[in-house]
Write a protein that binds this ligand. Sequence first.
Ligand code: FEO
Length: 169
Amino acid sequence: MKEALVTAVNDQINAELESAYLYLAMSARMEERNLPGLARWLKIQWEEEIAHAMKFYDFLIQRDAHVSLKAIAQPEATFDSPLEAFRMVLEHERHITSRIWELSELAADESDYALQSLLKWFVDEQVEEEDNARAAIDALSLVGDSGPGLFLFDREMGARTDAGQAAAE
Ligand code: FEO
């Protein structure tokens, strides 16, 4: 693999692990707010981000490229309400989408068809990630950020059983 691509994929491993760390911190904040369903949803999201990092990790190993793990920044997981929390999730996922698209452009420029093939999965995954966050924002905007509506929404989000299941299905 070209060195620039190896560096970019290693940077993406770091970005996915930072995403995982952010969602785990947000999950802890939801526990503190007595919202176990939202905490569970975010914890599953943490697992999903670890799986994303490992897809890139395994790809580098398979391509006989050097894996270089970097420091993970302390997450900024402070929010005033569940609605604000999911707005943060959407903003973060948009940031990740732009990274994936940049990486896709680099892989195309360098004619690395194997990396392009892997990134196709991530391009599709980001559509789902943003859609999940938007669904949660829409639901929270409707039911409100407190009271019985939030209680029911928390229960619904807590029904998520595996990484990849859409929010508010
Ligand atoms: Fe790995 Fe949520 O994007």
